[in-house]
Design a protein. Structure first.
Length: 257
């Protein structure tokens, strides 16, 4: 039985990476993980938005990728050093700040893929996700952090789908290469998807063998971050179930009949 996050949407799934910011949008000042970027992805017709979350100084869970504000706003402070009001001012002419709670409330038909970036955000994010668990996939590079957020989500209303963290992916890769199906099944217990880059440095991760092995134990494979249409088609031909992309508009045009 699949999690509701997967139900009713065909593969390959298109996940809008940090929303959608076209070159024209960027020229107008819109940035990733803003309210406008999520709205643009929704308007383009995606079912899924991939985003990240941090915790502000006053305890608000906000959609933001980096641990500091420098790249996106030019402010050198970290997310943990600013209040949500200060962040709203900084993001005001960049597409607008969006908190995790606002994203889930303002876009009730979207399904979200939420990557918890710091330990401090894990339980607060989980508490927010719990009532919306049917349309959230929860992930983190840290499996410990992911499990902490999952525990909080269950305590507050429901269990989201999950994608394995770094240690889970390493165990899965090792099991696939050794041909150990039992070990792979054990590594992916409670995991619905593996979200991975096609390669990590010299190491090729996404191969037909890897995808087929994941499928045999009931896990999907989603690949990030893929922006070239030829690469999208090539990966889908290998059997991958989802494409995480900065250009969801291009992915929809490329992969949807």
């Amino acid at each position: 039985m699949t999690h509701p996050w997967f139900d009713g949407v065909g593969t390959p799934r298109v996940l809008a990476h940090r929303g959608l910011v076209t070159p024209d949008d960027a020229a107008d000042g819109m940035v990733e993980n803003s309210f406008a970027a999520v709205a643009a992805a929704h308007a383009a017709g995606v079912a899924y938005v991939e985003s990240d979350c941090h915790l502000t100084a006053d305890g608000q869970v906000v959609l933001f990728h980096d641990s500091d504000l420098k790249r996106v706003t030019g402010d050198p402070r970290t997310l943990a050093e600013v209040t949500v009001r200060e962040l709203e001012e900084l993001m005001g002419d960049r597409g607008g700040l969006i908190t995790l709670a606002q994203a889930l409330d303002a876009f009730p038909t979207l399904r979200f893929n939420i990557d918890v970036k710091v330990d401090a955000a894990a339980r607060p994010a989980g508490a927010i996700i719990g009532p919306h668990a049917s349309r959230v996939l929860l992930t983190s590079f840290s499996d410990r952090r992911r499990l902490s957020a999952l525990e909080a989500a269950v305590a507050h209303g429901g269990a989201p789908a999950t994608s394995g963290g770094r240690s889970t992916i390493i165990r899965a890769l090792t099991a696939v290469r050794a041909g150990l199906r039992t070990a792979l099944r054990r590594a992916l217990t409670g995991v619905d998807a593996l979200q991975v880059p096609e390669r990590q440095g010299p190491v090729k991760i996404v191969t037909r063998r890897f995808v087929e092995a994941a499928h045999r134990v009931g896990a999907e494979v989603h690949v990030w971050t893929v922006n070239d249409p030829a690469d999208m088609r090539r990966l889908v031909a290998l059997g991958v179930d989802g494409i995480i992309t900065d250009r969801a508009d291009i992915a929809l045009a490329t992969l949807r009949p």
